[in-house]
Design a protein around this ligand. Sequence first.
Ligand SMILES: [Zn+2]
Length: 339
Amino acid sequence: MNLKARITRTGAILLGKYVACDGFDEQQPIRVVTHVHADHMLGLRESLKKCEMVLMSEATRDLIDVLKSPLFLMAGNVKTLPYKEPFEYKNEKITFYPADHILGSTQVLVEDQEGERILYTSDFRLPNTPIIRSDILVIEATYGSPRCIRNFEQKAESVLVDLVDRGLCEGPVYLFGYHGKIQEVMEILWKNNIRVPFIVPEKVFHVCKVYEKHNKKLGRYWLARSEYAKELRSKKEPFVAFYHMAARRRFIKEKAYKIFVSGWQFQEPIRQVNEKGFVIAISDHSDFEGLIEYVRKSKPKLVLTDNYRIGHAKILAKEIEKRLGIRAIAVPPTKPKKK
Ligand SMILES: [Zn+2]
């Protein structure tokens, strides 16, 4: 096992001598948070308490402030790093590169004293993520199987816009997704001239504010509990309401169009699940071909596929060896049982 990069059984990605990304590790003085999704914020409380410093992008810090609380990060020594500006720690150099995934997402490059480039992509999708040259590459494996190919990615946006348009003819439309995905859909609808009011609950509202602070255009939105939103609902006026996927059960009796945004769909961009329920395939991860393309262009000597998080790490490692002739291992070797 190459000790310059590892993935621990608690989900920390260790790069070089000092850095642990997305999980806590006793031995590493520096913790990096690559983005705010829950499976990348593992053990953050402990890292804040015990690590010498915790690094993240400015947007990630802003998002943690609203998703946790403004006090949460004050428990530790948090430093924000701009993209592409190397940060030196002892005899190693840490550089963030952007990743197209959720606002604030970063790839992490560690250059050690022997000049080896150790890179962790974290979650990303192509084509808007820069591909970074590496010697040792740790890559996500969410859609790491050849079964996970979406040939309709360009089409999904227009399918979504048409569906929302259709739903609005009958009244309000409810849309469900995860943080980041919701804001991406708002951007798509706004860009495509859907000009009805957007209604959002409190947490989504604050996440939207952070997106706007970082120059994203999301349209005009109101809090779900505002008088204006109540009025729209009582008059049955058209609007689009955006809720976190976890809240979907609360709307089971709602007779409006309901759209669920999910990446786990590969046959077609849209699937009807009941009379007014639809799943739209918009993903913030690369599909299988994107993962392979990243490895090919990054030109590493060794690849570790993330077998801690959800995905197909073992299949991906096998396919990388077969298709590219580059040594690849799924790490950790068995998926740990999670609590
Ligand atoms: Zn993610």
